[in-house]
Design a protein around this ligand. Sequence first.
Ligand code: NAP
Length: 252
Amino acid sequence: MREEKQSFGRRVALVTGGSRGIGRCVCVALAKAGFDVCINYAGSKQAALQTLELCQAQGVQAFTVQADVSTAAGCNKLFAALTERFGRVDVLVNNAGITRDGLIIRLDEEDYDQVMDTNLKGAFLCCKAAACMMLRQRYGRIVNMSSVVGLHGNAGQANYSASKAGLIGLTKSLAKELASRSITVNAVAPGFVATDMTRAMPEKAQQAVLEQVPVGRAADPEEIARVVAFLADEHSGYLTGQVIGVDGGMGI
Ligand code: NAP
């Protein structure tokens, strides 16, 4: 089998929004796979420290960085900390995301901007900074956390769906741009995952979504993290520009 052999002294992963939910599980899955992990978060310091402990228990090095990825200043702070501590990045997982749901007539500009800035601009800024490092390394893996609603849309989530659809365009364009340097760029599109994000939905709305899931249940965040870890693997070098649905059949 062809292998992209790298003389890795250490392998480093950066996960945005690694304090809770899917991001925490991604951090732990990558730590289990042997990556040192940079855990980014916005405000939940205690949760980030719990993720840190879980990663360190896997015997790798890890550290947390508070930084708001929706701003260029936040991303600069994040990459400065990463560069100082680890000096490289082999895997970037753009996982940080928020919702500000509402029907279009009630969505205001701020709801739109906050969601787009966090979910899409944050990923763009992190991809740009990581690409500079990965191009020098001639190696990298980027995974963007999209959503089933980025492919199919969802009433009440015009802003969120647009941000997740935008991530797919970003993923495909960067896949074409970076492939010749052994840098892959893929997206994962989860369906309904049991995290704080979905627990915040009214019970009735949760039930309505679950009825659309052929598998008949919400995903465990670990089920998403396994797919991210697969895409992040050095043997996944022929897989790029793809959107992998992990949605219990919702997207069929
Ligand atoms: P979650 O439990 O609400 O966690 C969100 C994470 O993003 C937290 O770690 C949060 O940090 C971080 N974050 C938010 N804004 C940030 C910012 N400006 N800068 C840095 N970090 C920020 O969400 P989740 O359900 O795990 O979702 C993770 C990703 O999967 C999101 O992109 C989401 O859109 C996507 N997704 C989720 C589902 C689902 O059903 N849950 C389905 C499809 C896609 P703090 O803890 O510090 O706030």
